[in-house]
Design a protein around this ligand. Structure first.
Ligand SMILES: NC(=O)C1=CN([C@@H]2O[C@H](COP(=O)(O)OP(=O)(O)OC[C@H]3O[C@@H](n4cnc5c(N)ncnc54)[C@H](OP(=O)(O)O)[C@@H]3O)[C@@H](O)[C@H]2O)C=CC1
Ligand SMILES: O=C1O[C@H](COP(=O)(O)O)[C@@H](O)[C@H](O)[C@H]1O
Length: 378
């Protein structure tokens, strides 16, 4: 097994040499490829074409380490093995879904790699989109790798390519707090000082199928923000004819159920519900039904790469990206990326350590959504 932890410009040479001089004669030869799998549809297709000169598709293991994270693996279990969730998993009950990634540090010396890609290619087109595909796909025929990947491809193909109007980009600027000064993205020595590369992006994605028609899937990813984490938030619709409407005042959104899958840190799955506060009066409260992993399990959660490497050794392809999945993913983002770059769209600056550009709030508001991670009681 070869793990290509090398710069992408040497992928093909390494694969060529490995397949000609070091492939197994009587066992198997597999190659794990790290992202970036190209920069857009064309370069990704060229990379696949070149790899396939030397390898069959089933020898190529394209890694997306988010698929190896415990709570991303658990997504299908949650959906397909609990009667209470699957019937609610559609436009009928779900108002919006949010996929949120944040880091509280900047590019810190990795700007050379990052500046050529930006946050949309670094996080959204792969990690967040993969989670979205698993979240939104139809029930697969079985847990077999091909059955699951078939469903992921189908749902990716139902998504509408992203529109510039549904995207906000940002870039962090320097900021001083408590006597400490935090650098701007362009202060990174490996980044050109006129770089327009986004370090933050928010986007609204729609899925053109019977299950999800009209439901906004909002993605948000950023570096140098106020927190580090990754989460999936599912905001359910209002209760029709709610008998307790008066108790919620004018803000009915606060009263809707929300399912939160906290991928990291401090893994948890919790459901926000309304309940009566104990006492003689009738006052309502919001509480969490909480599966908190650290409290429930004493066993350490394996690192995503541990799981994925073990799967590759065992020939299990379920958590690796098939070439048609990759094509479908690039088809969604390539027109947007081209438009951003050709028109030199200027990112909105946000201070290092902040909650990101205000544009992200306007984007959410356009679809009557509030980011769940920014609410007072998230
Ligand atoms: N670092 C990151 O944050 C991220 C990395 N990745 C991907 O992960 C992989 C590894 O990243 P990273 O460790 O940062 O990469 P580096 O650029 O630091 O290179 C990793 C290795 O590649 C070897 N290498 C470089 N050039 C050649 C060459 N011409 N021929 C043979 N070997 C070469 C280097 O060997 P030597 O030390 O001998 O020079 C080094 O061991 C890459 O595919 C990258 O795209 C993806 C996302 C983020
Ligand atoms: O692939 C990448 O992921 C890391 C974040 O991974 P995590 O497991 O620490 O959440 C990100 O920092 C990097 O920019 C990106 O290339």
């Amino acid at each position: 097994m070869f793990y290509l932890s090398v710069p992408p410009n040497v992928f093909i040479d390494v694969v060529k040499c490995a397949s000609k001089s070091a492939s197994s004669l009587n066992g198997w030869t597999r190659v794990i490829v790290e992202k970036p799998f190209g920069r857009d549809s064309e370069s990704s297709a060229a990379l696949t074409r070149n790899l396939k000169q030397y390898l069959e598709e089933d020898q190529i293991f394209r890694i997306d380490h988010y698929l190896g994270k415990e709570l991303v693996e658990n997504l299908s279990v949650l959906r397909f093995s609990n009667l209470v969730f699957e019937p609610l998993w559609s436009r009928q009950y779900i108002r919006n879904v949010q996929l949120i990634f944040s880091e509280d540090f900047g590019t810190e010396g990795r700007g050379g790699y990052f500046d050529n890609y930006g946050i949309i290619r670094d996080i959204m087109q792969n990690h967040l989109l993969q989670i979205l595909a698993l979240f939104a796909m139809e029930t697969p025929v079985s847990l077999d790798a091909e059955d699951i990947r078939n469903e992921k491809v189908k749902v990716l193909r139902c998504m509408k390519p992203l529109l510039l109007d549904d995207v906000v980009i940002g870039q962090y600027k320097s900021h001083s707090k408590g006597g400490i000064s935090y650098p701007a993205y362009i202060d990174d020595k490996t980044v050109p000082n006129d770089s327009l590369t986004p370090t933050f992006a928010a986007a609204a994605i729609f899925i053109n199928n019977a299950r999800w028609d009209g439901v906004p899937f909002l993605m948000k990813a950023g570096k140098a923000l106020n927190t580090k984490g990754a989460q999936i938030r599912v905001q359910f619709r209002h209760v029709p004819g709610n008998l307790y409407k008066k108790s919620f005042g004018t803000d009915l959104d606060r009263a809707t159920n929300e399912l939160v899958i906290r991928v990291q840190p401090d893994e948890a799955i919790y459901l926000k519900i309304n309940n009566k506060m104990p006492g003689l009066g009738m006052r309502l409260d919001r509480s969490n039904l909480n599966l908190h992993y650290a409290a429930r399990y004493s066993k350490e959660i394996p690192d995503a790469y541990e799981r994925l490497l073990l799967d590759a050794i065992e020939g299990e392809r379920r958590l690796f990206i098939r070439s048609d999945e990759l094509d479908a993913a690039w088809a969604l983002f390539t027109p947007l990326l081209k438009e951003l770059e050709e028109n030199k769209i200027v990112p909105e600056l946000y201070p290092f350590g902040s909650r990101g550009p205000v544009g992200a709030h306007y984007l959410a508001a356009k679809y009557n959504v509030r980011w769940g991670d920014l609410s007072a009681e998230h």
